[in-house]
Ligand binder design. Sequence first.
Ligand code: TYC
Length: 132
Amino acid sequence: MHSDALIARIKSMATQNPIKPPQPPQTVPDRDAGGTVVLERRTQKVAPPQMYQVVMLNDDYTPMEFVVVVIQEFFGKDMEAATQIMLKIHLDGKGVCGVYSKDVAATKVDQVLEAAHKAGHPLKCISEPVDF
Ligand code: TYC
């Protein structure tokens, strides 16, 4: 290259923005290659699961004390809370002992009915969807 041309080239390299070298093609990050995949947040969330309340029913024969113990034992209430729930059932005919997923509510019903049956009491309870 002629020395004038070389000097002009060097001056141009010193004053101009560098020419961007060709870029490799953009690839989608790959999980298997250890890339991080960022998903867009969904605008609509999945609905929460339907919950079920365990409702205990009044009868004329089951002793109040038995009902209080059952509510403490299977629904995790202390004696005061269990007594209040029992009295509500006694006065209103029914009352909610707890709210659970469908499977757990069904298990609670089974446990109460088995305990009542074993003790010879007619105590009944059911589970129903919340907002029934
Ligand atoms: N009514 C019962 C009584 O007078 C007491 C009772 C309370 C029974 C709640 C059932 O779910 C019940 N001995």
